[in-house]
Design a binder for this molecule. Structure first.
Ligand code: PGA
Length: 250
């Protein structure tokens, strides 16, 4: 039985004040979440604050990116060991905004995945197709290529200590959600691809859906058998809405 996981991806949002009120409110109500593990992934500069606010709660936290390098002369980068210093548990890897706006290649994403695991962080690996790729019938090829980059560098066994988030790029921040069946189809594809190599890992792997998950569509998405929770952007910035989404987990 896979445990559901709901992760808030704050992206480049927040302030010391708004983080505090969001998490104060959310913490007061977290008891109402029965069926899911919950985590928030915040901008680097707020990890200290988040770690203080969430210490001793059931809510985990993490970062949204990691350097592929060990500490050293890499101006502007943040090393995995630094994230561990702030007790991060998760790190988002290869989000489509990193891939598409900052040119991160499959190979770089795979190196970041490896770096996360080397410091015992759980990578949340994002995969997903652009609208034109979906329309061209390329969805499965794109997702396979993104996964193969990880498997080729790290081996399929590395997926045992990871989370995958399927995020169709056309559904991110657009208000256009994949239908539960569209999402389920890709989740099944991902799971069966991995099952061909390692059935046990495929069965245990948490595969999240992300892309305009809201309070009003989470129940039907999370009801699908291969959707094990969500990676939530915009809706994770509102305590009430994020709570409702977390409560929707099976
Ligand atoms: P969204 O973002 O929920 O705002 O669509 C999801 C994500 O990009 O992780």
């Amino acid at each position: 039985m896979r445990q559901s996981l709901v992760v808030g991806n704050w992206k480049m949002n927040g302030s010391i004040q708004s983080n505090q009120s969001l998490l104060d409110n959310f913490k007061q109500n977290i008891k109402k979440v029965q069926n899911a593990q919950v985590s928030v992934c915040a901008p680097f500069v707020y990890l200290q604050q988040i770690s203080e606010l969430l210490k001793g709660t059931v809510i985990a936290w993490g970062a949204q990116d990691i350097s592929n390098q060990k500490p050293g002369a890499f101006t502007g980068e943040v090393a995995g060991s630094m994230l561990v210093d702030f007790n991060c548990q998760y790190v988002i890897i290869g989000h489509s905004e990193r891939r598409n706006l900052y040119g991160e290649s499959d190979e770089l994403v795979a190196e970041k995945f490896a770096m996360a695991q080397s410091v015992k962080l759980i990578p949340i690996l994002c995969v997903g197709e652009l609208l034109e790729q979906r329309e061209a019938g390329e969805t499965e090829n794109v997702v396979k290529r993104q996964l193969d980059a990880i498997i080729n560098l790290q081996g399929v066994a590395s997926l045992a200590n990871s989370v995958i988030a399927y995020e169709p790029v056309w559904a991110i921040g657009t208000g256009k959600t994949a239908t539960p069946q569209q999402a389920q189809n890709v989740h099944t594809f991902i799971r069966s691809l991995i099952a061909k190599k390692e059935a046990g890992i495929a069965k245990q792997l948490q595969i999240l859906y992300g892309g305009s998950v809201k309070a009003n569509n989470a129940v039907e998405l999370f009801a699908m058998p291969d959707i094990d929770g969500g990676l939530i952007g915009g809706a994770s910035l509102k305590a009430d809405e994020f709570l409702t989404i977390c409560q929707a987990a099976r």
